[in-house]
Design a protein around this ligand. Structure first.
Ligand code: UD1
Length: 338
């Protein structure tokens, strides 16, 4: 069984990917420093897959500790690199924190790939690299718009760094997955999104409002140029997204002889407004949400959704789960999380 190092493996997308890796016959090795995750997620993962999971609590920016993990595990054959800071707002207030962490951790990963001859990398990128695109849906060759946040800039910089690395080393393969908006939770209700403090993202704010943790949900902006005036996003179920990583990894192993870097959009191809999402949640769970229309949030882009045909034809992946599944799973998780 091939051992795959998963940095940030106890995070939202990482934890779901660890489960899908196991189901696909890989052995995941988790690295996580718990800066934005909780140790009980490890127990939950083990409960879901009924197997012990290898875990090292280290900061991915700590090169000595990172290399020691690789040496102790010996046969790491691929890395999925999730570990990064991801709060858009925080990155505007504290850009250096984002440059230091997100760039440094990637450099540690790439230098280890070089030192220990690890060929395969999957990088956790984001549709944020496009800024506000002029044409929708976005394809991977859509010209980039301006990126206003340090978070977004680190994602674009990381893609550039990986691309240079692959060209220079000539024997490495990398896929950057540009996620659209991940939502939902594992259908078991045992793992899901765990925001620290007040959530920034829409779905955890919805579920916390439904539970009564938040008094009301603000809908940021209602006079955008969209069908109902609220922003449009491409919401993808986190289990579909996790499977996208496994299928990308399969592709890397199948095409091992050449050196390349691909960037792929991972979304559903469908645009959904914020209000549509709120109503979908209400309908799926038979709940009334307390929400109000509020001023725009600084830095939000009006609309974005993916053209995923490139990813589908090259990797053979397609989103299978609908928004209704994501709404039910996210609520099931929120109710159980304590
Ligand atoms: C952004 C990035 C995404 C990144 C994510 C990390 C873009 C297009 N997307 O997602 O790549 O991974 O941040 O956090 O840059 N909303 C409300 N009320 C709320 C919360 C959100 O109305 O309480 C609205 C937002 O204004 C937005 C939509 O819901 O229109 C989605 O917001 P959010 O979940 O924060 O994700 P993005 O900002 O789209």
């Amino acid at each position: 069984m091939k051992k795959i190092l998963v940095t940030g493996g106890l995070g939202f997308i990482g934890s779901h990917t660890v489960i899908e890796l196991h189901h696909a016959g890989y052995t995941p090795v988790i690295i996580d420093d718990l800066s934005n995750s909780e140790l009980f997620i490890l127990d939950r993962i083990e409960k879901i897959i009924q197997t012990k999971v290898i875990y090292h609590q280290i900061d991915c920016c700590n090169q000595a500790a990172f290399n020691q993990v690789i040496e102790s595990e010996k046969t790491i054959e691929g890395i999925i690199h999730f570990a990064a800071f991801k709060s858009v707002n925080e990155s505007v207030d504290q850009p250096l924190k984002y440059y230091r962490n997100n760039l440094n951790s990637l450099l540690v990963v790439l230098e280890a790939m070089e030192k220990y001859n690890i060929k395969n990398l999957i990088f956790s990128s984001s549709c944020t690299v496009y800024g506000q695109p002029e044409v929708l849906p976005v394809t991977e060759s859509t010209p980039y718009g301006e990126i206003k946040t340090a978070y977004g800039k680190t994602k674009r910089m990381c893609e550039d760094i990986i691309s240079d690395f692959v060209v220079a080393t000539k024997n490495k393969n990398a896929i950057a997955l540009r996620y659209f908006n991940p939502i939902g939770a594992h259908p078991s209700g045992l793992i899901g999104e765990l925001p620290k403090g007040i959530p920034n993202n829409l779905m955890p704010f919805i579920t916390q409002t439904a539970k009564g943790i938040r008094k009301e949900l603000n809908v940021f902006g209602f006079d955008y140029n969209t069908t109902d005036g609220t922003c449009v996003r491409d919401f993808i179920h986190v289990v579909d997204l996790a499977k996208a990583h496994v299928q990308s990894l399969n592709y890397l192993f199948k095409n091992n002889a050449v050196s390349f870097m691909h960037c792929f959009n991972v979304g559903t191809g469908k645009g959904t407004t914020v209000l549509e999402m709120i109503h979908a949640f209400e309908k799926a769970n038979d709940i009334k949400l307390n929400y109000k229309l509020a001023p725009k949030r600084e830095g939000d882009i009006e609309k974005i959704y993916a053209d995923t045909s490139n990813f589908e034809s090259n990797i053979g992946w397609k989103a299978e789960l609908a928004i209704v599944n994501a709404c039910k799973d996210a609520w099931n998780w929120e109710k159980n999380v304590g």
